[in-house]
Every structure is written in C-alpha cells, then in structure tokens.
Write a protein that binds this ligand. Structure first.
Ligand SMILES: Nc1nc2c(c(=O)[nH]1)N[C@H]1C(S)=C(S)[C@@H](COP(=O)(O)OP(=O)(O)OC[C@H]3O[C@@H](n4cnc5c(=O)[nH]c(N)nc54)[C@H](O)[C@@H]3O)O[C@H]1N2
Ligand SMILES: Nc1nc2c(c(=O)[nH]1)N[C@H]1C(S)=C(S)[C@@H](COP(=O)(O)OP(=O)(O)OC[C@H]3O[C@@H](n4cnc5c(=O)[nH]c(N)nc54)[C@H](O)[C@@H]3O)O[C@H]1N2
Ligand SMILES: [Mo]
Length: 690
C-alpha cells in the first residue's frame, strides 16, 4: 500500500453487461478510490466512460451498498432484515442444502445467475465447478445473446463477424435493431469516422431512437417483421443481378432453394407486412448491395421476438449473397463474446467433465413457472441467485414473484444492493464491486482483452463471487482442491491457451499494461475466403441441420405476432442511465430517467381519449403497471415503448415493465419474446372503477 496521502493508480476494466468493456484507471488514496476515468490510451474507450459508469464511485460508496450478510426477519418481499455473520449465514446454507439433498436430491437446488458481472471468473468459474460436483440443477442462461448466436450459427456456423473497429472501412452501415448511442456508446465514434470517410448510416428500428435520429436514414419497420424486410431485399438483389455469384458458388450452399423462397417476397408483398413502402425496400436493397463494403450491425433487440433466431438467420444470408465478407469492414458484426471465449482455456476453467451425467437443465426464462410448478420433480427447494435480478429482469414478473414468495422456498441472494429479488431472500450476502476484485474481462464488443486489478480492499464484509464459492465449498465439507483455486490461479488457467490470437497475452503482460489487442493480422476478414464452420463448410442458405431438427431449412418470415385490435405492441428497451436493472438505487439516475412512461403515437392516444402527461394503466394478459402517457413522435402507430429497468412505476409501486411481458419461448435458442407483448392503455381512473 502507498504511503499516507499518496495517490496510487490502478488499471481495471468495467465488468458491466455491456459490449463496450471500457478500460479504466482508478486513483486511490489511503485505501479509498478517489477518481475513476476511462483509459485515454485505449483505442475503443478513448478516455470516455458513460452516463452510468461516470458515477461508478457513487455506486461503490453508496450508502445503500450491502456491506454485511443479512437474515430476513419480515415476510418475503418486505425488506426487513437483520445483520448476521458470514459464519452463521454459511452454516444456515449448508444445513438447508444438506437437508434438501438428502430428502429430495441435489437437483432440488437451483443456482440462478446471469451476466451481472461479465468478468471471466466472477461470471463463471468456481461456481460452476462446485455446482457440478454437487449435481445441482443446471441453468440455461439464455435470456441475452443465445438466440442471436444460434440464428447466426445456422447460416455461418459461428457468431464470428467483422472486428467492430473495422467499421471505419464500411461504406454502408445498417444498425439493425440496436440503439448504439445508448447501449454501445463507444462504437459511435467508429461509426462517425466511417461516415466522415463517406459511409451512409441506416437504422432499422420500429422506434425513432436517439441512434435512429442521428442516422442518415431511419427505416421504421413494424416490430418482428424484419425477416420479411430482409427477404424482400434478397428478392431485389437477386432480381437486379446484384448477387456475387462467384462468392456464392465457392462458399455457399442452397442458393437455388433460396431463390425460390425469396421469389414469394416481392417488395409490394413485404410492404404490407413491414410497413415500409415497396419503393423504400427497393432503394434499401439497391443501396445496400451497391455499397462496397456494406455492413450489418444487429445486437440484441431483434432476438426478443418470437421469431428472434430466424431474424438473425435471415440477416446473415445478406452478406453471403452480396459477397460483402470479401471486403475489410464488410459482412456482419455482432457479439465478439463467443469468439473471445473460444480462445481461452474454458475447459480448464470450468472443468466440464465434472458435470457429465444427467443433471436436469432449467431455462432461466421459466423461473416463475418452475418455482410455481407442482409437476416439476424434484420441486425447487433452494435458490441461489447472484449476478442477476430476476424479479425485475425476467418476463412474467408476477409468476416470478409468486414463486419467490413461496414459504417453503429457501432463497439466498448475493448482490451489491438490496434488489427487488434480494427482498425475497432468506439470506442476503454482500458482493464486491469491480474495484474490489480481480478479473479478466473479455469483451463482446471489441477485440481487446482487459485485466481488472482490484483498486481497493473489499468494503465491509463484501466477498467476490469466487470467494463466496470457496467459502461455500468449505462449509459444505468439499475436499476437491480445484474448488479452492485462487483468483489468480483461475485466470492463469484460463490464459493457458495456444490459440494463435492469444499469442503474447499473458497474465504478466496484462498486469503491466492493463489490456491487449487480440493477436491477429491488421487486416483480418473472417470469411473473405469462405471457411464457414458449418457442417458443409459453406455458408448454409439451406440448412440440413435445421431441417433435421424439424425447423425451416431456409430463411423465412417466422412467426410474426400481431395483437388483437385495440392492442399496442410494447417494446421495452434499454435506457441511458440504468444498466439493465442496475443504478436504479441511485437517486440521480432515477431522476434523470424520470417517472415510468409509456410512449405512444398521437393517433393511438386520441383513439383512447388520452392526453400527454396523464396517468394511465397499461395492461397485458400478464399484468398491469401504471405509467405516464407520453405522446411521442418516436413511435409509430400501433406500437408503444416503455423503458426496461428502474425501481418504481408511476404510483411509486415496485412494478416494472416485465409485469406485462410473457415468458413465451423464441422460435429456437431458448430465449424470450419480451417484445411480443400486446397491451391496452386505459385512463388510470377508469381502472379504479373496474
Ligand atoms: N445504457 C445502457 N446500455 C446497455 C444496457 C442498458 O441497460 N443500458 N444493457 C446492455 C445489454 S445487457 C444489452 S443486451 C445491450 C442491448 O443493446 P441493444 O440491442 O442495442 O438494445 P435493446 O434496447 O435491447 O434493443 C435495441 C433496439 O431494438 C429495437 N427493436 C425492438 N424490436 C425490434 C424489431 O422487431 N425490429 C427492429 N429492427 N428493431 C427492434 C428497439 O426499439 C431498440 O431500439 O445493451 C447493453 N448496454
Ligand atoms: N422487458 C425487458 N426485459 C429484459 C430486457 C429488455 O430489453 N426488456 N433485456 C434482457 C437482457 S438483454 C438482459 S441481459 C437481462 C438482464 O437481467 P439481469 O442480469 O437479471 O439484470 P441486471 O440488472 O444486469 O442484474 C445484475 C445484478 O447483478 C448484480 N451484480 C453485479 N456485479 C456483481 C457481482 O460481482 N457479484 C454478484 N453476486 N452480483 C453482482 C447487480 O448489482 C445486479 O443486481 O434482462 C432482460 N430483460
Ligand atoms: Mo443483455
């Protein structure tokens, strides 16, 4: 430690669930972090953090931070707790889990987590090892990214795409269902640079988001109909002779079948479904296929529909047809996450062979159903929740909360704050912030790997996830040495890889410089010469694998949901000042986001006799929330928008948009059709008399 009053500089990286993974520098003095800023040397961070992480120190030192273990003394959900010791908390967990295991088997215990911390070892390491040796139920973490990944894999065999920094070479960038300026801020300067070099920026989004407003062309598609839009583009591309036949014949399969399929999707037919005029569809297809290179950038928005995987399946056929992959900055760029993970020694980290055997797998989307189910055998008796806030983030929130309310359920929550989920816990354990633990942070938005060094000691009695799982293993009497690896050992194991792109990326070098770029050629083009890792080795416009699974082997429209008359389709996207459900404990962030609003088109408001600013009840088949009506130019008629995240509705109740969303599965990939929610909006007073 430094001498008293001396400033110390520590390099780290943001661990939030976000594609940007910013490299940061923390300044500490006498063991306290006094300043945190984006690393000016990092080419993607460029010295800038974001509207949330600019206030990260307020989060770390927030008076509501959990600092000690707590035991619930009030009813579930009431938020009444008393302080207890770690020793007592761990003993209570061990006693309960041992009883669950002996009476109902280990599968009656369900660990539940998401990407609340997306650092490598705080996300998945000792937790997975411990769960595997215990044989507890496994969780499919499918709520974010899995659907998109599967859709892309159907065509490309992997989710690999263009290096996001190479977007500067693109001449036509389609931000397709992503709100870059809000959710992926650090990509925006790259896009601006491309624009400066002559690129045209197009946004396809039902909402006129900040990003759509900043683009050269906003195409306001009807929700869920993007498959039809893209199929009609292919129709035009084929009709106008814009196909790169050399690329397709060398590197793709199923072209003839595709031609037949897209013949059904004329721009005129597509206009009726998508709400985009036939002329605009023609223009979009021609501009896209003429530009060299052209680039598609989808992120997550599209996967939250019933036909989510099909959306990505269809999109990924476009750059194959046009041969855009040949060119630097051409093709498709989505998550770089699976790509980065594929280079690490994940087998060494997760020891997957430990878990071999038939342990049941539950999908996180169905938590409410599973908790409330009488037929699930064995019944879930214990839940351990970390890196996630399912009482707010999962669809069909009533059911999730009804499940969490069960008297016979034993729930442990490990978090930094007393979240809505934690309020239902029997025991709450305090977690460290990113300033207080070590981790490696791969990124799903760029090609840099960062090491996060702890800048300060854990506050109070906070423990990192890894430390919590070591303690849990000990109290459960486990003797396997691999359950007690130190954080540094875990990271060194993960970095033991001979993947060529990890050449030179060692723990020592990362400790020195904080972050390093993947080791690949400056001009790196993943599919310039084919090499698609599909079963056929080609881009599969027609997929035998999908057919064998009973799915459509060709790109198609998928199931496009439409509501009954009088219903609005509700999109609930990410907000600027919250990180999913996080930051909602911080008053300034709540103030900036304001009271829960529902945005709708003037015509839809008039039809319902609603005024701007009045209090309304938004109701779906799942539930209802109160919101303030906001008449807005941003949304098209028939669509409404509400923010995801936040603590309270317009009546100060702890109700969120996921009160309205259904947990219906996506076509494939195991996700949830969050945005296929259909709502009626009523004057709030009417609801009182109902
Ligand atoms: N500030 C901030 N940044 C974040 C987050 C946050 O909460 N706040 N969350 C992080 C996380 S976990 C993720 S996954 C990413 C998500 O990043 P994004 O994918 O960019 O964000 P989303 O808000 O999920 O959805 C993007 C857009 O999809 C649009 N959309 C919805 N349905 C359709 C459709 O049918 N067609 C088309 N074309 N568009 C559609 C929505 O209107 C929305 O503008 O952001 C990350 N970054
Ligand atoms: N309606 C609607 N619902 C959505 C979405 C949407 O767009 N609309 N988006 C979906 C998407 S893309 C996502 S990713 C999910 C997000 O769903 P969640 O992952 O459940 O949401 P977060 O708010 O990110 O919750 C992460 C929690 O982890 C905690 N945490 C952070 N770091 C640590 C740590 O080191 N240790 C422990 N133990 N805890 C930690 C945070 O304090 C926070 O409470 O929500 C999904 N739900
Ligand atoms: Mo996400």
């Amino acid at each position: 430690m430094s001498e008293s009053g001396m400033l110390k500089i520590v390099r780290g990286a943001c661990g939030h669930d976000c594609p940007d993974t910013c490299a940061w520098i923390a300044e500490t003095c006498d063991g306290r972090a006094v300043r945190l800023y984006g690393d000016p040397e990092h080419p993607f961070t460029r010295g800038v953090l974001c509207a949330k992480v600019n206030h990260y120190l307020d989060r770390v030192y927030h008076p509501d931070r959990l600092l000690y273990p707590l035991r619930r003394i009030g009813s579930k959900g009431s938020g009444c707790f008393e302080r207890i010791s770690w020793e007592s908390a761990l003993e209570q967990i061990a006693e309960r889990w041992n009883r669950d295991i002996s009476e109902s088997g280990a599968e009656s215990i369900l660990p539940f987590s998401s990407a609340g911390n997306q650092g490598l070892i705080q996300h998945s390491s000792l937790d997975q090892r411990l769960f595997a040796v215990l044989g507890v139920s496994r969780l499919e973490r499918n709520i974010c990214g899995a659907v998109a990944h599967e859709g892309l894999c159907a065509t490309q065999g992997s989710g690999i795409g263009v290096n996001p920094e190479d977007l500067i070479y693109s001449r036509y960038i389609v931000l397709w269902g992503t709100n870059t300026i809000v959710t992926n801020l650090h990509l925006w300067p790259v896009i601006e640079e491309a624009r400066r070099r002559g690129a045209r920026i197009v946004v396809v989004d039902p909402i006129r988001t900040r990003t759509a407003a900043a683009a050269d062309w906003h195409i306001p598609v009807r929700p869920g109909s993007d498959t039809v839009l893209a199929l009609a583009m292919m129709h035009v591309i084929i009709r106008e002779g814009r196909v790169d036949h050399d690329y397709v014949s060398r590197y793709a399969t199923g072209y003839e079948q595709l031609v037949k399929r897209v013949s059904e999707f004329s721009p005129e037919a597509a206009a009726a479904v998508t709400g985009v005029s036939a002329a605009d569809i023609e223009r979009f297809a021609l501009e896209y296929s003429a530009a060299e290179p052209s680039l598609l950038r989808p992120l997550i928005g599209l996967e939250h529909h019933r036909n989510g995987a099909m959306m990505f399946r269809v999109l990924s056929c476009l750059p194959v047809l046009t041969g855009a992959w040949r060119h630097r900055g051409g093709g498709l760029a989505r998550s770089t996450g699976a790509f980065q993970y594929s280079m690490l020694n994940m087998d060494g980290l997760l020891l997957p062979t430990l878990g071999e055997g038939s342990v049941r797998v539950l999908n996180m989307r169905d938590l409410g159903r599973d908790l409330c189910s009488d037929s699930l055998s064995p019944r879930i008796r214990s839940l351990l929740i970390y890196n996630s806030n399912p009482a707010v983030s999962l669809p069909n929130q009533q059911l999730v909360r009804a499940g969490l309310q069960r008297d016979d359920l034993f729930t442990v929550v490990h978090d930094l704050f007393l979240t809505d989920t934690a309020r239902y816990a029997d025991l709450v354990l305090p977690a460290t912030s990113q300033l207080e633990h070590l981790d490696l942070v791969p990124s799903w938005g760029h090609h840099y790997v960062s090491l996060n060094q702890p800048a300060i000691e854990p506050l109070g009695e906070c423990a990192a996830n890894t430390e919590f799982f070591r303690r849990l293993a000990r109290v459960l009497g486990r003797e396997e040495v691999f359950l007690y690896d130190s954080d540094e050992q875990l990271l060194r194991t993960a970095l033991q890889t001979d993947h060529p792109m990890m050449r030179g990326i060692t723990f020592e070098r990362l400790s020195e410089c904080g972050w390093l770029h993947l080791s690949h050629a400056e001009d790196w083009r993943p599919f310039a010469e084919g090499g698609f890792p599909t079963p056929s080795g080609r881009a599969e416009l027609w997929s035998a694998q999908l057919e064998s699974r009973g799915l459509d082997p060709l790109p198609g429209a998928g199931e496009i949901r439409r509501g009954e008359s009088g219903m609005l389709q509700l999109i609930s996207g990410k907000t600027l000042h919250y990180l999913n459900t996080g930051y909602s404990h911080q008053e300034p962030h709540r103030r900036r986001e304001g009271i829960l609003q529902v945005e709708m088109h003037r015509l839809d408001a008039e039809l319902r006799g609603l005024q701007d600013g009045e209090s309304v009840l938004v109701r779906s088949s799942q539930g209802e929330v109160h919101a303030i009506c906001c008449i807005s130019e941003r949304v098209q008629s028939g669509v409404a928008w509400m923010p995801f995240g936040g603590l309270q509705d317009a009546r100060g109740m702890s109700r969120h948009v996921n009160n309205l969303t259904p947990e219906e599965p996506t076509d494939w990939g195991g996700g949830s059709g969050f945005y296929d929610t259909f709502v009626e909006v009523l004057r709030a007073t009417e609801s009182v008399s109902v």
